[in-house]
Write a new protein. Structure first.
Ligand SMILES: Nc1ncnc2c1ncn2[C@@H]1O[C@H](COP(=O)(O)OP(=O)(O)O)[C@@H](O)[C@H]1O
Ligand SMILES: [Mg+2]
Lengths: 280, 391
């Protein structure tokens, strides 16, 4: 099994290499990078390219490692017993399988995505170490050992909000997706809008990268915003000329609300353009 | 040679473990990569480095270590993987050693290899990429796969003349460089880590019992947010000088992390701490806070963070009346010591480059007063400071 990239996703050579290392050596791949750099999409693409099912475990600040294995719903069971429900005698009725359990026991190998691991508590990755290493765990309530039929291909993403523990890191391959440069971004756009006019794309990218450089933005526009914006530009049939200017800093680009989603950022941006115009 | 690379990484303070090193060896044995030094670079980076802040250190160590190999083989050539592996084993068998000797020694062997590569380049003009045929070449006899040697001329359309590791693309992610807008997020992350402790939810037993009782004995669970972190900080910022930009950056940094602290209070001072500080820099003469009052008001579980360049005349620290702002009855050093007695957990963050410190007398004095706990305002320095504070 080897990932060679796909028609719908632009993967750099080092990224492909990291993915293949993770597949061959059966270790998780930790993917880091700012939001919108295609971390989540990567797992989808690899699953699709290899023809494997994708299981997604989206992590929240309250997610516990145990929830990936299973949860014993003692509360329902207690309620059922108080209500005299016969289900109560079968403890396995109250075991809820987590994503990792499903991944281990699926009929084919799967791709397991543990998305935004840094959202959870600092202890979360450590609590999963053993299970990710051995690909098995014990269910105390039913005295059952859940063992991998096939080792899943594991992708873990992080937005870099929190430090991850060393012991965890040592077990993973690591890839940092840098924000795409212009050339890479052109290729990404091309994947999404194959027919886009070269002139429009060039002007749009100029504007996009300039907006990203505006100091003090709370949220710099990412690939997702660029794609949204281009979609609007195309839908409205905005000509490339509308984006071009001798002194670009003095115009507000059309439909800029798609690039800057935060209201304060929009204000800041408009104010800067206004000031640039005054000083002309 | 590869073991040398491992040691070089250690030397360069890239935190690599044996476990990861073995994974790299495994990756090479299982042919994750082809016979290319570029691929070897990527594989070793994805295996050994788990923080982009260390990429630059890694790049430098890589460049330094493999420069020798490149001068031997020429920058255009790729390195045969078997050769790298062989080097990993480090200890050649006596037969292999004898073989190398019979071929004129290691140096000679490499020299020949290099020449071969050049001849090959000339002969094939962008045609076949492969060199030599098995059996006839000494490299075959030596046990390399001669077909593993490849000339990189047409390997990749957009291959740049400069090696990836020589481009130093991750320079501004290095923890030792100064804080700036680019790496401020990383710094913030470290700060948050310091501010946080505890999981967000726990069972509220009292409420559960109470509600369950009211619910005619039917279980009614109640959760409550776990007590938030307990870290309390007093931040003292030196303002009104050449360091303003740096100070502002740190101020921003702390205020960005403000919600993570239980309490965070700011005060400004100028050069050194005396009997007064102030909260609003524009009204520094009108609205002052007495330092004694602070010590009274905030408990000794608060942690102190001073930010300043500590660069002044030593008199400003050591003499009564030394302050350039007003006449201070007692020396700055006296006030510093008083504060440190009340708040034993204290650090000083200094935006001046650490290499300069030994040349400034006032820095030495303040550092001494701080018991050595002065840290540069690099990510790495910030981390050391926070580590100390969270002890
Ligand atoms: N390399 C890429 N190739 C193709 N599309 C990409 C790429 N990187 C990002 N995108 C697009 O940007 C959007 C955001 O990607 P996503 O995976 O959600 O980012 P992240 O998980 O890193 O925040 C995706 O919908 C995808 O279409
Ligand atoms: Mg995502």
């Amino acid at each position: 099994m080897r990932f060679k990239g796909s028609d719908t996703y632009v993967a750099t050579d080092d990224l492909k290499l990291a993915v293949n290392a993770a597949i061959t050596l059966q270790r998780p791949l930790l993917v880091k990078g700012e939001p919108g750099t295609g971390k989540t999409k990567l797992a989808e693409e690899v699953a699709q390219a290899l023809g494997l099912p994708l299981l997604e475990w989206h992590i929240k600040s309250t997610t516990k490692a145990q929830q990936g294995l299973y949860e014993y719903d003692a509360v329902s069971r207690l309620r059922d017993s108080q209500l005299g429900d016969p289900r109560v005698h079968e403890i396995s009725n109250y075991i809820v399988k987590g994503m990792l359990w499903q991944a281990l026991t699926a009929d084919t190998p799967v791709v397991l995505l543990i998305d935004e691991v840094d959202k959870a508590d600092i202890e979360f990755p450590n609590d999963l170490l053993r299970e990710l290493d051995r690909m098995e765990f014990f269910v105390y309530e039913t005295r059952e050992l859940v063992k991998a039929k096939h080792r899943p291909i594991v992708f873990i993403t992080s937005n870099n909000e929190k430090e991850l523990p060393d012991a965890f890191l040592r077990r993973c391959f690591f890839h940092y997706i840098r924000f795409p440069d212009k050339e890479t971004m052109e290729r990404i756009v091309d994947v999404h809008f194959p027919g886009i006019k070269k002139t429009l794309l060039r002007e749009a990218l100029e504007v996009f990268f300039e907006v990203r450089e505006v100091p003090g933005l709370k949220k710099k526009p990412s690939t997702s915003e660029l794609l949204d914006w281009l979609k609007l530009l195309l839908a409205e049939d905005i000509p490339p000329d509308a984006l071009r200017s001798k002194d670009r800093k003095t115009i507000v680009p059309p439909l800029h609300g798609a690039l800057l989603k935060n209201e304060q950022d929009v204000h800041l941006f408009e104010r800067l353009v206004f000031m640039a115009r005054q000083n002309r | 040679m590869l073991t040398g690379f491992f040691l070089k990484l250690k030397q360069a303070k890239v935190p690599v473990s044996i476990k990861e090193w073995l994974t790299l060896m495994e990756g090479m044995q299982k042919k994750v990569i082809g016979p290319s030094i570029d691929e070897f670079y990527f594989l070793s980076r994805t295996t050994l480095v788990k923080d982009e802040a260390n990429f630059d250190k890694f790049d430098r160590a890589f460049a330094e270590h493999f420069k020798g190999v490149e001068t031997l083989l020429g920058a255009e050539a790729d390195i045969p993987i078997e050769w790298l592996l062989k080097q990993a084993e480090l200890n050649l068998t006596p037969e292999e050693k004898a073989l190398i000797e019979s071929l004129g020694g290691w140096e000679k062997l490499m020299e020949t290899l290099k020449k071969r590569l050049e001849e090959q380049k000339g002969r094939h003009q962008g045609g076949s990429k492969w060199i030599g045929t098995a059996g006839t070449s000494p490299f075959g006899a030596y046990g390399y796969n001669p077909e593993g040697v490849r000339i990189g001329q047409d390997r990749s359309r957009n291959r740049s003349a400069v090696k990836v590791w020589d481009q130093r693309e991750y320079r501004n992610l290095d923890g030792d460089t100064e804080l700036g807008t680019r790496n401020i997020k990383v710094a913030l992350r470290r700060l948050r880590k310091f501010a946080r402790d505890g999981a967000p939810e726990e069972l509220d037993l009292d409420a559960t019992i109470d509600k369950t009782a009211r619910n005619a004995g039917y279980l009614d669970l109640h959760m409550r947010p776990e007590r938030h972190n307990a870290v309390k900080v007093l931040l003292f910022l030196d303002i009104g000088g050449s360091m303003d930009d740096h100070v502002r950056l740190l101020e921003e940094l702390f205020s960005a992390a403000k919600t993570e602290f239980k309490h965070l209070e700011y005060f400004y001072f100028h050069n050194c701490l005396y009997d007064f500080v102030w909260k609003d820099n524009r009204r520094r003469h009108a609205e002052r806070t007495r330092t004694a009052e602070i010590m009274h008001k905030y408990g000794h579980d608060y942690k102190l963070v001073f930010v300043g360049d500590a660069t002044m005349s030593p008199y400003e620290i050591l003499q009564p009346g030394g302050s350039i702002e007003y006449h201070n009855e007692e020396a700055g050093a006296v006030w510093m010591r008083r504060m440190l007695d009340v708040y034993p957990r204290a650090v000083w963050l200094n935006p001046e480059p650490e290499q300069l410190w030994p040349y400034r007398q006032s820095i030495a004095v303040l550092r001494e007063i701080m018991g050595g706990r002065m840290y540069p305002t690099t990510i790495e320095g910030l981390e050391r400071a926070m580590r100390y504070l969270s002890k």
